[in-house]
Design a binder for this molecule. Structure first.
Ligand SMILES: [Mn+2]
Length: 263
């Protein structure tokens, strides 16, 4: 009986904006150490990678696969243990299906989805479409996904991918959470305004996003309406995950301290 219960376990983990750069960076070790604490059939049934997991990942180029093999190995282990894994494209990692879906068998999303988990309806998205006024980005997002550009990105020569990848890793070394394009208060306003618009279009119990690098957890109440808006923040600030388990609890846990010591 206990086994059936474990198989039916609904325990989802949500992570975004890790912005993994170099394999030897402590943040990479922290993420793989975090994944090693998870075990399919024991403490996780669903893993949601909510975008910008890597600071750069394009299509199925060998450069990224070789560079991030240690991360891929842990994700693949979870998949082989029966964990259902969803990977949302961000603005730093896209055209993911050629590797993560076609070769590894994960489910890849390039926009918002609704899922049922533990009696709750969730709306999940990276969050890069959150700002309705950012027409420049919306155009870029569309443009990068047009068939001719997708064709080009998938066929960039390996040497050029290496140069781009090294350039991105080098500039990202100086990344700090201070490098934000909008103020925290504006980001929170945007997260919550987007949640309200999304709820009006199609209701949910919880909306979970990332992208803006501001952790936010807010309950809306308006008459009989009630929903929760969660933004996952970024591992550049403080590594964390959001978890929904079968008892319906959902909470953040900072994963920094003990796991940093285990790497
Ligand atoms: Mn993003």
């Amino acid at each position: 009986m206990a086994i059936a219960r474990l198989i039916n376990m609904q325990c989802g983990y949500f992570i975004s904006d890790i912005h993994i750069t170099l394999p030897e960076h402590p943040r990479t070790g922290l993420f793989t150490a975090f994944l090693r604490t998870l075990s399919g059939g024991k403490n996780i049934s669903h893993l949601f990678l909510m975008g910008d997991v890597f600071d750069l990942w394009l299509a199925d180029h060998r450069y990224f696969i070789d560079k991030y093999q240690s991360v891929i190995d842990e994700i693949l282990r979870l998949k082989n243990e029966g964990v259902e894994i969803h990977y949302f494209e961000g603005n730093h990692d896209f055209h993911l299906r050629y590797y993560w879906a076609d070769q590894l068998g994960l489910t890849v999303h390039d926009g918002p989805i609704y899922v049922e988990l533990g009696n709750q309806t969730l709306r999940l998205e990276h969050g890069d479409e959150m700002d309705p006024d950012d027409r420049g980005y919306r155009f870029l997002r569309w443009f990068l996904r047009t068939p001719p550009i997708r064709f080009l990105i998938c066929r960039l020569p390996g040497a050029l991918i290496v140069r781009i990848g090294e350039r991105v890793s080098a500039t990202s070394r100086t990344y700090t959470s201070k490098a934000k394009t909008i103020a925290d208060v504006d980001a929170i306003t945007m997260i919550r305004a987007h949640a309200k618009r999304a709820y009006a279009a199609k209701p949910f119990d919880i909306i979970i996003s990332g992208h803006v690098h501001i952790r936010d957890d807010y309950i809306f109440r308006d008459g009989t309406k009630r929903f929760r808006s969660v933004n996952l923040g970024t591992w550049l600030d403080a590594p964390c995950y959001f978890k929904i388990d079968e008892s319906g609890n959902h909470f953040f846990e900072l994963s920094c301290g003990d796991m940093a010591q285990s790497t």
